[in-house]
Design a protein around this ligand. Sequence first.
Ligand SMILES: Nc1ncnc2c1ncn2[C@@H]1O[C@H](COP(=O)(O)OP(=O)(O)OP(=O)(O)O)[C@@H](O)[C@H]1O
Ligand SMILES: [Mg+2]
Length: 232
Amino acid sequence: MIKLDKVSKQFGTGSLGLSDVTLAVDKKEFVFLVGPTGSGKTTIFKLLIREILPTEGNVIVNDWDLMRLPKDKIPHLRKKIGVVFQDLKLLFDRTVFENVMLPLEVSGINFDEAKKKVEEILSQVGLIDHKDKFPIQLSGGELQRAAIARALVLSPDILLADEPTGNLDPATSWEIVKLLSDINERGTTVIMASHNTDIVKNMGKRVVTLERGKLIRDDRQTEKKEEDKKDK
Ligand SMILES: Nc1ncnc2c1ncn2[C@@H]1O[C@H](COP(=O)(O)OP(=O)(O)OP(=O)(O)O)[C@@H](O)[C@H]1O
Ligand SMILES: [Mg+2]
C-alpha cells in the first residue's frame, strides 16, 4: 500500500516538483504515471524510496510513515521497492549476472542460493542466454530487462519503472510492458512512468496524470480483453 497525502515538494532551487498531490495505490495494482516532462513523475519515485523528503504532506509505504522512518530503516524500505531508474544505473564494468547479483551481495545470502535466485530472475526476464555479457553488448530492450531483473532480485512488494520504454521501438516496448504486466500478475505492485500514449491507452490500466506537479486526472480504465490487445 502506497499513500501520498497532500504532498508537496519544493526543491532547494525553488523549483516545484510536486504540489498538493494525494494518491493511494493498493497492493497488486498496476498504475501508469503520465504527464509531460518535468511534471513530477520521477519526483514521486524519489519520495517513495526516501531519496528525498516532501516539503509538506505525508508519504506512506506499507506501514511506514516515511517522514518518521529512522535512517537505519531506509535499507529495509528499499528492499521492498525495486526501482528501474530512468537512466538504468547499470554498472558497465560488470556482466549482466554480476549486475543482478549486486543487491544480493549486500543482503548477505550465500553464493549458491544467490546464484540460483539470479538465474531464476534472468530466465523470467528472458536474459539467461545473455548473462555473461557486459551492458555495452546488449540492445536497449535487453538493457531494460537487465535493470528490471536487478530491481526484482530481492522479491520486492513494489516495482517502480521510470520510463522503461523510453528509447525502444514499438515492438520491444510492448514486450517490456508485457513483462511488467506479468510481474504484476505474480503479485507485485507496479507503477510505471511513461510517455508512451499508445501503450498507456491500450493496456486498460489505471492512469494517473500529472501536470506541473499537480495530479490532474486519475482514470481507472476497464481492463481490455486479451483479444483486443493482440490486435495491436
Ligand atoms: N534535484 C532537483 N533540484 C531542483 N529541481 C528539481 C530536482 N529534481 C527535479 N526538479 C524539478 O522538479 C520538476 C519535476 O521533475 P521530475 O524529474 O519529477 O519530472 P518528470 O515528470 O519525471 O519528467 P521527465 O518526463 O522528463 O522524466 C521539474 O521542474 C524539475 O526541474
Ligand atoms: Mg522523470
